[in-house]
Design a protein around this ligand. Structure first.
Ligand SMILES: Cc1cc2nc3c(=O)[nH]c(=O)nc-3n(C[C@H](O)[C@H](O)[C@H](O)COP(=O)(O)OP(=O)(O)OC[C@H]3O[C@@H](n4cnc5c(N)ncnc54)[C@H](O)[C@@H]3O)c2cc1C
Length: 477
């Protein structure tokens, strides 16, 4: 390996000599990649095609010792450091230019204790890794809904999926986490060990260390579930959203749903040609329980109005988890997402959504409105760092497009929509659906409100030099 020119976390140039790098490589079980390595080009890429960065070193960790070695190296040499789990950070936080990436994607083992209903998940596993292992034992852990997303980023930011109203957020079901902190120590955080760190890990992102293993509570769920997917003409968006608001308020906790507004993709083989390119508003969701009960409980969603098309059906939980997979190809599209938690979905908010939906610059983009209540809302707001628990609706605006020349319009669209919705400055954003725009400290302070001081103190305790800074960053207090 040649000597390498790198970037420190303060932006200074550093040269690391050959023998130092050789020594690091010899201490790692996994590969240490640099720009001349064969696997480098593939390894440097992340999911969002808008992010095109070139880290100087990528430490492909195989176990916790590799993570400790890499963290110690980065700290000792003041390197700019990014941590990568599933690589799905919309803001591109899991890579950097000129620094070092600690890549956990090979650490994707999941083990299930069926009798105790406890699941251990390594820090680089994806939703698919966890869902397959848990369903093989007749269990589930509440998580998100696109199967190649990383468990690590998802859990540390919250974790919102089809089981939320019944069993809560992913972070609500975290029992403990093994964390490599900035000083290279490995500690376990739980309700009884390092409870302050455990509190912060559940909702404030990757600020506090590298999680090498998550331990979750799991629940029994049979493989077959009822899945609803009803598409209406986009011209009826207002009416559908008003109906969705009323329906959600009284729906049982087993039901978790979203309303999605977008355009039927031209050329799609799933829709008849006469619908291609048409704006739609869709109600989609899952019943966490028996197929029969689900079909019955979700029937009002199918009876409302005459839909354009109704794809509702009995399916497996694993398929429901992949329903949207094809819409988010890795590396092929550019993505810029923003979000806002709203206490209520008022008629004014619906009018704003309808107005902006008609001006969406890319046919691949969309707006999602998610009702969140049940187990999420019943949990005490102070139970963990997560911001937005008491809001009933999450508005999620996703710009997805192909060409660089369209960047400006597609970045402006979600920003304008959210700023119009946020008239009085109220509402927090969802860490996991945020692009780089939200990074300023003032926005983070606003987002976490009175929790922010506590987060700064915990950051100071576990990462006083802000080694873990490539995230929605909390400055050491
Ligand atoms: C297609 C798609 C679908 C999604 N669907 C949902 C959904 O249904 N529900 C939902 O809640 N969210 C969803 N998300 C958002 C998702 O939760 C976030 O993008 C999340 O950050 C992804 O985690 P990751 O590990 O893949 O990302 P990465 O890019 O690897 O990391 C994200 C952040 O976490 C940090 N990090 C990663 N691994 C570790 C670790 N082991 N220890 C400490 N810090 C770490 C990184 O440094 C970075 O700051 C979706 C995202 C995408 C792209």
């Amino acid at each position: 390996m040649p000597a390498l020119h790198m970037m420190s976390h303060t932006g200074q140039a550093i040269t690391l000599p050959h023998d130092l790098l050789q020594k690091l490589a010899s201490h790692l079980r996994g590969a240490l990649l640099h720009q001349e390595s064969e696997e480098y080009e593939h390894a440097r890429q992340v999911w969002n095609g808008l992010i095109n960065k070139h880290p100087t070193l990528i430490a492909c960790c195989h176990d916790q010792n590799d993570v400790i070695t890499a963290v110690n190296f980065a700290r000792t040499h003041n390197l700019l450091l990014a941590i990568r789990g599933g690589g799905h950070s919309v803001a591109g936080h899991s890579t950097c230019d000129g620094g070092m990436v600690i890549d956990l994607s090979r650490m994707n083992h999941v083990s299930v204790d069926q009798a105790a209903r406890v699941v251990h998940v390594e820090g680089g596993a994806t939703l698919a890794d966890m869902d397959q292992a848990t369903q093989a034992a007749g269990l589930v852990v509440p998580a998100g809904a696109v199967s190649d997303t990383g468990i690590a980023g998802l859990t540390l930011g919250g974790g919102i999926g089809w089981l939320r109203n019944l069993w809560g957020l992913t972070c609500d079901n975290l029992l403990s986490a093994d964390v490599v902190t900035a000083d290279g120590q490995c500690i376990t955080a739980s309700h009884t060990e390092h409870p302050d760190l455990f509190w912060a890990l559940r909702g404030a992102g990757g600020n506090f260390g590298v999680v090498t293993r998550f331990t979750f509570r799991a629940y029994p769920l049979k493989p077959d579930v009822w899945f609803t997917a009803v598409y209406h003409d986009g011209r009826h968006m207002k009416e559908v959203l008003q109906f969705y608001r009323e329906y959600s308020a009284t729906a049982p906790d087993e039901i978790s749903t979203a309303t999605v507004c977008g355009q039927i993709p031209p050329g799609s083989k799933d829709f008849p040609p006469e619908l291609h390119g048409r704006p739609y508003v869709m109600i989609v969701g899952m019943y966490a329980g028996s197929v029969e009960k689900g079909q019955q409980a979700m029937q009002p969603l199918r009876d409302f109005r005459q839909p354009l098309i109704d794809f509702s059906k009995a399916t497996t939980y694993l398929e429901a988890q992949q329903y949207f997979d094809e819409d988010y190809p890795a590396g092929e599209l550019r993505y810029y997402w923003k979000s806002l938690f709203l206490a209520e979905l008022t008629d004014d908010a619906i009018d704003t959504l309808v107005d902006h939906a008609s001006r969406q610059p890319s046919p691949l983009s969309g707006i999602e409105i998610l009702y969140s209540g049940g187990a999420v809302a019943r949990q005490d707001d102070d139970a963990c760092a997560f911001a937005g628990r008491k809001a009933s609706f999450l508005i999620f605006v996703e710009s997805n497009w192909k060409e660089t020349r369209d960047n400006d319009a597609n970045i402006a669209w979600p920003c304008n929509l959210i700023s119009d919705l946020q008239k009085g400055g109220e509402g927090s954003f969802y860490l996991n659906f945020s692009s780089a725009f939200e990074e300023q400290e003032s926005t983070m302070r606003h987002n976490y409100g009175k929790k922010y001081q506590k987060l700064m103190a915990i950051k100071k305790r576990y990462d006083p030099t802000n080694l873990f800074r490539l995230n929605q960053n909390i400055k050491p207090g």
